[in-house]
Write a protein of this length. Sequence first.
Length: 43
Amino acid sequence: MTFIMWDLAKKSKAGKFGTFILFIALGVGLLGFVLKTLLVEFI
């Protein structure tokens, strides 16, 4: 998944700050998805 985020940042020609924001936003979304899946499985 991180490779996809990195490739997206490179193709969109985002700078360092844009890449950082992209990783934060998509990383939080991915983390939320994983946590939701784990909570549903164990509760």
